[in-house]
Design a protein around this ligand. Structure first.
Ligand SMILES: [Zn+2]
Length: 239
């Protein structure tokens, strides 16, 4: 006899057989609950052990989205309005918000016998264009090679007014050179720049842009932090 569990036909089944069917049904339910519990526990263990990996891979999706806006490893930056620029030294302009920190840092360094030289501050996108394309042809480099040492126009932190290139007054031969990292000025900056809200933009850890020990950026205002938000997210990913 074919057994059908639909409610219309259930009453027609003999009592002994009903019990058998109920038991069978309960058994199936128990197995389903056990399987569900097993996968839930297994899932929780997997999440606990790989929490960082799972969270990071979720986070990386965001980072990858940010990667899309980069050109040859550089993030896009708007040109600062001229009214926000002040001259810190003849022909060197910087954002007015970082002016005092920069002056204070230079003075404090002098107290320690370190003489910082400001080499380059704000650069217009027009100037960046000239630098990028003239040096590229001068050095017989293609865009990709040049981008390792200089940002393409529209992609330089210098156009925000919050970037400053620094040298050592006693080692001018190291200006814009990796050897600047051997100077006392660099050592001092490494130990003290953060107190004045400056950080190295292109450190040794990242591989898309060459290491630039002379190039520092200011992160001591909300505006500056917002500007460098995408770049900082990328730092989190690397470190
Ligand atoms: Zn620079």
């Amino acid at each position: 006899m074919k057994k059908n569990l639909s409610s219309e036909n259930f009453d027609e089944i003999q009592v002994a057989e009903r019990k058998y069917l109920r038991e069978n049904y309960n058994k199936k339910l128990k197995i389903q609950i056990l399987v569900l519990c097993f996968f839930t526990i297994f899932g929780l263990i997997l999440f606990r052990n790989n929490k960082n990996v799972l969270i990071l891979s979720f986070f990386n999706k965001d980072v990858n989205k940010q990667d899309d806006v980069r050109v040859l490893g550089h993030f896009p930056y708007q040109e600062i309005s001229e009214k926000n620029l002040v001259e810190i030294e003849p022909n060197i302009l910087v954002h007015k918000d970082m002016y005092l920190s920069l002056i204070e840092m230079k003075k404090d360094a002098e107290k320690d016998g370190i003489y910082l030289v400001f080499l380059s501050g704000y650069r217009s996108i027009k100037l960046q264009k000239e630098i990028f394309y003239s040096l590229k042809s001068l050095r017989n480099q293609n865009a990709m090679e040049r981008a390792r040492v200089s940002a393409p126009p529209g992609y330089s932190e210098h156009s925000t007014g919050f970037a400053i290139d620094i040298g050592d007054a006693f080692s001018r031969e190291t200006d814009f050179e990796v050897s600047f990292e051997k100077t006392n000025a660099f050592k001092w900056l490494k130990n003290n720049a953060a107190k004045y809200h400056f950080r190295l933009s292109f450190d040794k850890e990242q591989n898309s842009v060459d290491y630039e020990p002379w190039h520092w950026r200011y992160e001591g205002s909300i505006e500056a932090l917002q500007i460098f938000e995408s770049s900082n997210r990328n730092f989190v990913d690397i470190n």
